[in-house]
Write a protein that binds this ligand. Structure first.
Ligand SMILES: O=C(O)CCC(=O)C(=O)O
Length: 275
């Protein structure tokens, strides 16, 4: 038994490249977090548009406290050890009846982070199921990094609309989560998600990735937060946590980090989009 995960869950993660569902918050706590997030969206709508879906935890306390949640980080420690950095976050929100989808891809392909030992926590702040376009994963696909085509598909909500072809989706496992649960996946596992055909928003707060401090950003120096333990490598500029929501200096810091991310994620790309 780890601090949070059972031996069976740890084994599942190493065998399949992902593990779910993991209880982090009660449904009531998740609803409270969603209410806080939606109040912030209503107050600062520009702070969530386009590339601003990235790294909102650097500006908002309700998201910062998820990134640093002890139960969640205990599960991460069970998989990557006691010294933990977080590289960033993405709010993957699909509105009700939203055609937006995510094509089959591996996160590690475009992140510039080496080696590929980072892991993502995907936290559900609404019901995430087949109807609402939950995450789907191909078990055991975290071996080889595959070629990706950049499609820039209009409804594709990945930066480049990158996709791996010829994925056998009959093998896919749907990661059904109730609000307050999370899944954890390897940066190398092949995953996707379908449109939201439900009448509620599908809100995934994606902490991506948690990583040990020896990981390097190979494209451009940028920042990360120290979550637990020590960082003796100094491969990243260590970022602070928000004391209040949307402090101008924190917003400027996030804008700089998001500018770094654009350089990294679109490195060598033919086109750039606004996220
Ligand atoms: O939330 C989604 O539908 C996709 C998220 C994703 O691709 C990821 O967490 O790596």
């Amino acid at each position: 038994m780890g601090k949070k995960l059972t031996e069976a869950q740890i084994e599942t993660f190493h065998r399949d490249g992902f593990v779910f569902p993991i209880d982090v918050f009660t449904e009531q706590q998740a609803l409270q977090l969603r209410t806080e997030l939606e109040a912030a969206e209503a107050k600062w709508p520009e702070a969530f548009k386009g590339a601003a879906r990235n790294n909102a935890h650097l500006n908002l306390k309700c998201l910062d406290k998820i990134v640093h949640n002890e139960t969640l980080v205990d599960a991460i420690e069970d998989l990557i050890g006691p010294d933990i950095l977080n590289y960033g976050t993405v709010l993957f929100i699909k509105e009700a009846n939203d055609p937006g989808f995510v094509s089959w891809h591996q996160d590690a392909r475009y992140m510039g982070l080496e080696p590929h030992v980072g892991i993502t926590a995907w936290v559900a702040l609404s019901h995430s199921n087949e109807q609402s376009g939950c995450m789907q994963m191909i078990p055991g696909s975290h071996g080889v990094i595959k070629d990706h085509n950049d499609t820039y598909g209009e409804e594709n909500i990945l930066t480049r609309g990158q996709e791996i072809q010829d994925v056998d989706d009959t093998l896919a496992v749907s990661l059904n989560l109730r609000p307050g649960q999370m899944s954890i996946h390897s940066a190398r596992v092949i995953h996707a998600s379908q449109p939201n055909n439900s009448s509620d928003r599908r809100i995934g707060f994606v902490i991506q990735p948690y990583m040990p401090p020896y990981v390097k950003q190979t494209i451009r120096r940028t920042g990360a937060q120290l979550i637990r333990g020590t960082d003796t490598h100094q491969n990243f500029d260590l970022l602070g946590r928000p004391a209040i929501d949307m402090a101008p200096e924190d917003v400027a810091m996030r804008d700089q980090i998001n500018a770094d991310w654009a350089e990294i994620l679109y490195d060598g790309a033919e086109q750039r989009r606004n996220f």
